[in-house]
Design a binder for this molecule. Structure first.
Ligand code: HEC
Length: 147
């Protein structure tokens, strides 16, 4: 009896797993309308650590093609782009750009960004103390420039 339940559960889950693969997932990279300008040192850090979720240049990894992980990944990318999109930087007025720049270092300093779950699969996106300082210096300067 128990063996049968296990067997049917495995068959059932396998069918569900296969079926959910057919649910469409939107994984597209919209066009870049206006890229943020920053010194290359800063830009490299942002590209390595933030661009997968905060730009239109997402590198869609293989697991982003496998449901249900794909749902989580696309959800983070959509939400991330909505909050902050370095590829559509021109769509923010200078006041909003200033606010976003302030938030960038805040999020990094508090250890909220890049997202912890993302670092499991992208350990190289983790920022060193030195890199955090580079971002701090840049955001501090920007702040003065806009005020
Ligand atoms: C795995 C995807 C992912 C990565 C990588 C990522 N973010 Fe985010 N980010 C999000 C999501 C999702 C949100 C919106 C939800 C939230 O605030 O947690 C967000 C929100 C933000 C916000 C807005 C916060 C607010 O409360 O208004 C800032 C600023 C930000 N991220 C900066 C960064 C920076 C800087 C990096 C790189 C060092 C980065 N993020 C890397 C997914 C990501």
């Amino acid at each position: 009896m128990r063996k049968k339940i296990i067997k049917y559960s495995i068959i059932g889950l396998t069918i569900i797993f296969i079926a959910i693969q057919f649910i469409p997932v939107d994984r597209h990279n919209p066009p870049i309308t206006g890229e943020i300008t920053a010194p290359s040192e800063v830009k490299n850090i942002l590209q390595r650590s933030c661009y997968d979720c905060h730009s239109n240049q997402t590198d869609w990894h293989f697991y982003s093609y496998i449901a249900p992980v794909s749902w989580l990944v696309t959800n983070d990318v959509n939400e991330g782009r909505e909050e902050l999109n370095f590829s559509e930087w021109n769509k923010y007025d200078s006041k909003k750009q200033n606010k976003k720049i302030n938030e960038i270092y805040e999020e990094i300093a508090e250890g909220k960004m890049p997202m912890k779950i993302y670092l499991i699969t992208h350990p190289s996106a983790d920022l060193t103390k030195n890199e955090k300082q580079v971002i701090k210096d840049w955001t501090d300067k920007k702040d003065i420039a806009y005020k």
